[in-house]
Structures are given as C-alpha cells and as structure tokens.
Design a protein around this ligand. Structure first.
Ligand code: HEM
Length: 406
C-alpha cells in the first residue's frame, strides 16, 4: 500500500464480524477467507452499520439472487464507501440499470470477442517478455511492481490507441478511485476530473483525425436512438474500460503467481502438462477472485430468508460466493485441474464482465511466458507480500526469488 494511506481516517477495528463487518479492515485485506467462512456459517446475509449501512451475502445462492434482481438492487452505486456523494460521472454500462443497460453494453462487446482478443495476443506476449527481460538477470523481482501491474495497462492502452507510456498515469488514477476514494471523496473527484480532461483531449484529436482504435470505434458507434454516442457517453465508457480492465487483471495475474510461488507441485504440473492451462486459469480465478462489486438497495425485499431494507448498500462478494462449499467441493482448496467450475469471478446476470475473454488471454499468456523463462521461483522470505484493499483484491507487493531453493 502507498504512503498516502496514512491520510485516510482510521476505522475502529472489528470485534464482531457478524454484526459489524468491515471489508477495509487489515485482517480482511490480508486473509478474508476464514472471515467469510465464519459469516457463512452464521447467516447467508449479514449487516454492518458502517458505510452508512451495508449488507454482505456470502453464499453463492444469495450473491446470485442479488445479482439477478435488478428491480430491488441498483448498480447506480457500485462501490461501498464511507460517503454517498451525489451520483455524477456514471460509467455505463456498469452503473446502468435496465432498460439503459443493454444498449450501453452492446456497443462495448465487439472489441472483446474471442477473435478480436486473439489478434491482441502477440502484443501481450511481447509485453510480458519485455518486462521479464528487464529483471530476469537480477535473480529476483517484485512480481507485482515489475510484472503483473504492467501487462493489462499496456494491453488496454494498445487497444484504445493511447500511448503505452501513459500507463503510470492510469495506475495512479485507479489507485485513487478504487482505494483512496473509499474514504476520501476529494481524491476521488480529482482523479475522475483528471481522467476526463485526459480523454477529452484524445476524443477531440480524433474528431480532427479519426484513427483505427477503440476510441474512434466508440465515437463511430450508434446508441439506441440510432444517433452517435455523446462525448459524455464515450468518456464514461473509456473511464470504465480503464477502471474495469486494469487492476482486475493485474490482481488476477499477481494472485496466480503468488499461488504458484507457494505451490511447487502445481507449477511443475503446469510445466509438464501445459494443456491444463485453461482449467488452471478458471480455478485460479475462482479461488482468488479479485472483484467485489456493490449494489444499492432500492426496495425492501428478502434474500435467502434475510430481510433487506432500502437505503443500504450491498457488498456483492463474488469472491465469497466462489468459496461456498455448498457450490464447490473442497471450496477452500486450489484444485488446479478442477473440471466442474461454474465460478462467479466475472459476475452473474446482466452485468457479467465484458472483458472476460481478454482477461483470460492475459492471464494465460502472463503465466505461460513467466513459467517458460522462470520455471522455479518462490516468495522472498526477506520481503513482505501486501494486498490491495476494497473493491479489487490482489497482491501489490510480491517479492520473489528465482531458481531452486538451496
Ligand atoms: C480477471 C479480470 C477481471 C475480472 C475478475 C472481472 C470481473 C468483473 C465483474 C465481477 C463484473 C460484474 C460487475 C457487476 O456485477 O456489477 C465485471 C464487469 C465488467 N467488466 Fe470485468 N473483470 C475483469 C477484467 C475485465 C477487463 C480486462 C475488461 C475490459 C477491458 C473488463 C470490463 C468490464 C466491463 C465493461 C464490465 C461491465 C459490464 C456490465 O455492466 O454489463 N473487465 N467484471
């Protein structure tokens, strides 16, 4: 975590997870799994008065029921925060409810088909190798700082047609919006503003001279009324692709490498049986799902027998659903060749992830290229692994040593 965390107001530590949970508590950030197990044993849905009132479903069934129920649960707020500022700067389709959701999603689908993603694969392989070239001779690296962090941001910059060198700027905004912004609205609004100015410049430039990239494609796309999308809509979608596509995949790649660093048997199997990769990627997504979204309760209802009241938020934990033993046998174990695996890492219902093909390709390529060049690696006992807090969970410091342990 960055130094700027010190400016955040501290939350009182949790003493009763069942009645007073807090997903920003350091114990949750470090190791949420035993907490979810405890909560799931007590009730499928629990509540906290923190964050101005928030529910947490921990079973697969409860998470699914909420994700599919757009009548009682709105996506107009998708992050649980200390504050509930006025809704500004929406990011369609993720912040849209029916009927606006469907047309907003449809314009985003073409660049993420399996065929479109396949075309991007050689560039992603090259990015991975360029990154590895920079640190392999050192015999060690921070795999989050030097590797996983850079792959999705460069891939998406390449797709959008913006300079790959601007990656650090995007990483800064994402940290400010998704992490620091939970507690500090000024930081959040400032990051949103900087991003808007940045994209406005790129949109203006393409009005003068269209380009062959995703920004120009969005500008040419037609909305539900047959008219081109407004600049504001294009801007919202660009903001969403950056926010949704980068630290999610960066986290998934980081958690996968973290697991493989600690589990030589899985590493060796993947090297000996590369055909297991598709199953392994699904299992790593299930076990270390990075993304927890939110909903706002619009009307009173009941979920898995638990009453849910309007005006509260819901922390929609796809990661907790994926650890539910009623849905997945040996839910707490990573079974690298798990066959039956209907996990919810990419969400459930109408908001299911647009970028899942891209994310799977990036994870596969990042793990394959790493294993080809660094078949033996382990966590550096002299360093410390740290995890991001809040909406997206993944390693932010991941010190590794290469070669066999002596
Ligand atoms: C491992 C990586 C990823 C994970 C785990 C992930 C997970 C998710 C989840 C759980 C949702 C559902 C949100 C909800 O229900 O409110 C979602 C939506 C979305 N994701 Fe991803 N995502 C990943 C990568 C990506 C990438 C690479 C992109 C695009 C570049 C992307 C774009 C989107 C978009 C646009 C939505 C909104 C869809 C809608 O509202 O209909 N995601 N993602």
């Amino acid at each position: 975590m960055s130094n700027s965390d010190s400016i955040m107001p501290e939350h009182p530590p949790v003493t009763d997870w069942v009645h007073d949970f807090d997903h920003t508590d350091p114990r949750w950030t470090d190791d949420p799994f035993p907490i979810w197990d405890e909560l799931r044993k007590t009730s499928p849905v629990v509540h906290t008065d923190r964050f101005l009132g928030c529910y947490l479903p921990t079973t697969y069934d409860a998470v699914k029921a909420i994700a599919y129920d757009t009548e009682h649960f709105s996506s107009r707020r998708i992050i649980v925060r200390d504050v509930r500022p006025e809704i500004a700067n929406p990011a369609p389709p993720i912040t849209s409810d029916p009927p606006a959701h469907k047309p907003a999603k449809q314009v985003l689908l073409p660049p993420f088909t399996p065929d479109a993603v396949k075309k991007l694969e050689p560039r992603v392989r090259a990015i991975c190798n360029e990154l590895i070239d920079d640190f392999i001779a050192d015999g060690k690296c921070d795999a989050a700082e030097r590797y996983s962090k850079h792959i999705p941001v460069r891939a998406i910059a390449h797709m959008l047609g913006i300079p790959e060198q601007d990656s650090d700027l995007f990483i800064k905004w994402i940290h400010e919006i998704l992490e620091l912004g939970i507690r500090d609205n000024d930081v959040l609004m400032n990051a949103v503003h900087e991003m808007a100015v940045y994209f406005a410049t790129h949109i203006e430039a393409r009005k003068q001279k269209p380009t062959d990239d995703l920004i120009s494609d969005l500008m040419k796309a037609k909305g539900p009324n047959g008219q081109p999308l407004t600049d504001e809509h294009v801007m919202g979608s660009l903001r969403l692709l950056l926010i949704a596509g980068i630290d999610t995949t960066w986290s998934a790649i980081g958690s996968s490498l973290w697991h493989l660093a600690r589990t030589p048997s899985d590493r060796e199997r993947l090297i000996a049986e590369p055909e297991l990769m598709p199953l392994a990627v699904e299992e790593l997504l299930r076990a270390y799902s990075p993304v927890t979204m939110a909903r706002e309760v619009m009307k009173e209802t009941t979920i898995s027998g638990c009453p849910v009241k309007a005006g509260n938020m819901v922390l929609l934990s796809f990661p907790a659903a994926n650890r539910d033993p009623a849905m997945f046998p040996d839910a707490d174990k990573v079974v690298i060749d798990r066959k039956e695996n209907r996990h919810a890492a990419f969400g459930l219902g109408i908001h299911r992830c647009v970028g899942s093909n891209l994310a799977r390709m990036e994870m596969t390529v990042a793990i394959e290229e790493w294993l080809k060049r660094i078949p033996d690696f382990r966590l550096d006992p002299a360093g410390k692994v740290s995890w991001s807090q809040g909406t997206v969970r993944g390693p932010r410091q991941l010190p590794m040593l290469f070669g066999k342990a002596r």
